[in-house]
Design a protein. Structure first.
Length: 445
């Protein structure tokens, strides 16, 4: 395996207690931290080899071709073995995987899907596209669904819970899964940001009915675009396969099978190409190394700073299962979060121009419900205002998606901060981050 690139050593002269760089002192470092694209730095010969096999065989389509190489098939087979799922299906993105999952569960107008307020716009988009109504649930210090609020929000229309394993680590997934089971709700796990993560030895995606992953550039492994869906149930998987394709299952020969009356649906055209499959296969084989690098760097930083007055970290219930791409911090209030990050950036704890390496949660865009204009304003893709105006959805007329809807979420949005953990941090990078955080905490908190 090729080794990732390492960044240049940087100047590391300032001591804790020294003048802050933001006040004109010497910065801890001057070299930007690496980009937060975990898989990209690890791309090399392995990806090139598998992709070139597809090109040389002139067979970029998974179901048939001149000499199909079975890249997507192999990806799915190895994924099942590595993570213990019964079924796995490569798809073209994480966003479409969410839409497929909700349609596979037969959701639509009249149904409500519970979603946390810290998520990604795709989570809400998938619910609205099916014609169902998203209902917000608050989060806790895990930055994932708060099981107590989940209990409170379940109503007569609730049919499913979309649990989002944000920023690399699962929250209280066992409890969330058991609530869903008791209340007869479907559970979909959005593992887009958490490939390679687990909880007490069990891979994410194995707690609910369906799990989805993304291989977009920002995720733990990448094929540029791509995604994967997992589930246990044979009938549900047959629907998933049909929905990701043209609405019908395929025969052994890769041709559409229109004769099964139980599986005649409307497909999304979201198949994974053999090129994406080849990339994802090479990256999946490196996923343990990528996540280990991030996890180690992240926890070295966390352990060194634990107990720093004014600085708290997100609750991670099982550190071994954390895939590691982000260090989430909680500051005493919004003003201190802002000055903490401004001062850290000035110390050189910042990524390349245009990156979101070290930011306050206010800068984290559509990861927060109240920053999603199409949700706050109940937008529609069609003239009739569907699904908000659908008569079966009248139960949700008074639901609010404006800031103020979720107290804990709003609080963490205001005083939270994030350091993205690149998969290629050197020992020097790690010690610069620790030194800068100590210096800044002493100076501004
Ligand atoms: C990235 C992401 C998605 C969507 O995946 P794409 O492959 O970019 O469509 C869905 N949910 C979460 C939580 C994500 O971070």
């Amino acid at each position: 395996m090729n080794m990732p690139l390492t960044s240049q050593p940087s100047s590391s002269t300032a001591q804790p207690g020294a003048e802050l760089a933001i006040n004109g002192g010497t910065p801890v470092r001057t070299q930007p931290l690496p980009w937060e694209f975990p898989g990209a730095y690890w791309m090399g010969e392995e990806e090139l080899d598998l992709v070139s096999r597809v090109v040389k065989a002139r067979s970029p389509f998974r179901f048939y071709g001149l000499d199909a190489q079975g890249m997507v098939d192999t990806l799915e087979a190895e994924w099942r073995t590595n993570f213990g799922h019964k079924h796995a299906l490569g798809v073209s993105s994480g966003s479409v995987a969410l839409t497929i999952a909700l349609s596979a569960l037969d959701l639509g107008p009249g149904d409500e899907v519970l979603v946390p307020g810290y998520l990604w716009v795709s989570c809400v988009s998938a619910v609205v596209r099916t014609g169902a109504i998203p209902k917000l649930v608050d989060i806790d210090d895990t930055f994932c669904i708060d099981p107590q609020d989940l209990q409170r929000q379940i109503g007569p229309r609730t049919r499913a819970v979309l649990c989002v394993h944000m920023s690399g680590a699962p929250g209280n997934i066992q409890e969330i899964a058991s609530i869903c089971k008791d209340r007869h709700l479907f559970l979909v796990e959005d593992c887009a940001q958490a490939a390679g993560a687990s909880y007490k030895g069990r891979a994410v995606g194995r707690f609910g009915d369906i799990g989805i992953f993304s291989f977009q550039l920002n995720k733990n492994m990448t094929s540029g675009e791509g995604g994967l869906m997992v589930c246990e149930d044979d009938t549900l998987f047959r629907r998933i396969v049909a929905l990701h394709d043209l609405g019908y299952p395929r025969t052994e020969a890769g041709r559409l099978d229109v004769n099964d009356p139980d599986t005649q649906l409307w497909g999304l055209g979201a198949r994974m190409s053999e090129l994406a499959g080849a990339m994802a296969l090479a990256q999946m084989r490196k996923l343990p190394a990528i996540t280990q690098a991030m996890r180690n760097a992240k926890w070295r930083i966390r352990d060194a700073l634990e107990g720093t007055p004014g600085l708290k970290f997100r609750t991670v219930l099982d550190r071994a299962g954390d895939s590691g791409p982000a260090l989430l911090m909680m500051l005493p209030d919004e003003a201190s979060a802002r000055s903490f990050i401004d001062a850290l950036n000035a110390e050189g704890i910042v990524g390349p121009q245009g990156s979101l390496t070290c930011i306050t949660m206010r800068q984290w865009g559509m990861h927060w419900y109240s920053n999603i204009p199409s949700l706050v304003n109940r937008r529609s893709n069609s003239r009739d205002g569907f699904p908000w105006t659908h008569p079966d959805n009248a139960f949700a007329n008074a639901y609010s998606y404006k800031q103020g809807a979720l107290a804990k979420c709003d609080d963490l949005h205001a005083r939270g901060a994030m350091l993205a953990i690149a998969s290629t941090l050197t020992d020097q990078d790690v010690s610069d981050v620790i030194q800068a955080m100590r210096k800044v905490a002493q100076g501004v908190l």
